[in-house]
Design a protein around this ligand. Structure first.
Ligand SMILES: [Zn+2]
Length: 310
């Protein structure tokens, strides 16, 4: 499906209610899970880093799950329902979260991986409920000024929404915005996403294009590494967090539904290259099982998945 068809397909969808807002007195660290109604904020530590899952939005997808994953079998769906029961709405409805991850490093610097649906008026808000990321960052005591890295797994509407304001001002004034060069290159000169995201970041000198696997940050034996995971889009990347024997992969849209977790061969209708996407998924899942890597996903209805656990 081309970008134009994708946009046309998604436009006109109905947006439902936004995710639950937080009380003003939320606590840092593990206590956040209890302070955040419905699990809008959850955290896990990986080596010297604290990874905070932030659910920007939650909604029902504007097409049925069988339209989006046409080759999934009944057995695949049964296994997926066991893996992620929250993804199953009435009938064939696909319920999904829209999540970002903040990685808090020693010393207080923060890397944000993906930037959600964004506010009302953002491109993503035309088909998904507007997000609440600024409230979540405040509740988690994560200061926008401390974000020095924003890593975008790919340039789709629901992953970059809070990167810039609707009038084109970068939300994170001290951040480099890291995107794969091939991902920027695929956007046509006059594409709406280039105008909305890329042009404002180029204007302020904050766009940082990378090629291939790149180490982004490190502290006390823990590392943050961008790793190409193509298929969903040509320049899709994931972020590996590792240190002190723990590994976590922030996977963007390598898998968008638990049906692709239980069977990586299941294709998603909106993948740019379905064969490459399936190969990326098989490799990533096999590696995660072998090396005991937690997956931090954007759209499953719980933030952390341990595929190595039976
Ligand atoms: Zn997505």
């Amino acid at each position: 499906m081309t970008g134009v068809q994708r946009r046309t397909f998604l436009w006109g969808a109905v947006a439902a209610g936004a995710g639950a807002l937080l009380p003003a007195t939320a606590l840092p660290g593990a206590a956040l899970a209890e302070a955040s109604p419905g699990g809008a904020i959850t955290s896990r530590s990986v080596g010297a880093f604290d990874v905070v899952a932030l659910r920007d939005s939650t909604d029902t997808f504007p097409a049925t799950r069988t339209e989006m994953f046409p080759d999934a079998t009944d057995a695949d769906w049964r296994r997926a329902r066991r893996a992620d029961p929250g993804a199953f709405g009435p009938g064939l409805a696909w319920k999904l979260d829209f999540r970002c991850y903040a990685v808090r490093r020693p010393g207080g610097r923060i890397a944000l991986v993906d930037a959600g649906v964004g506010p009302a008026g953002s491109p993503g808000s035309t088909w998904a409920a507007p997000g609440v990321l600024p409230d979540l960052l405040a509740a988690a005591h994560l200061d926008v000024a401390d974000v020095d890295l924003v890593v975008l797994t790919h340039v789709h509407e629901d992953h970059m929404g809070w990167s810039v304001s609707t009038d084109g001002v970068p939300t994170f004034p001290n951040a480099r915005y890291v995107v794969q060069r091939t991902e920027v290159a695929r956007l046509a000169e006059n594409s709406p996403m280039r105008d909305y995201l890329i042009v404002p970041l180029q204007r302020t000198g904050q766009l940082h294009e990378i090629s291939g696997e790149v180490r982004l940050a490190g502290a006390r034996g823990s590392r943050l590494t961008a790793i190409p995971t193509p298929g969903h889009t040509v320049g899709h990347q994931s972020v590996l967090v590792d240190g002190h024997g723990r590994r976590m992969m922030i996977t963007g849209d390598v898998l968008v539904h638990a049906v692709q977790l239980v069977n990586p061969d299941v294709r998603y209708a909106l993948e740019a290259d379905q064969a490459v996407a399936a190969e990326t998924r098989r490799t990533l899942l096999a590696d995660a099982r072998r090396r005991r890597t937690t997956l931090a996903t954007a759209h499953l209805t719980s933030p952390f998945t341990d595929p190595y656990r039976p």
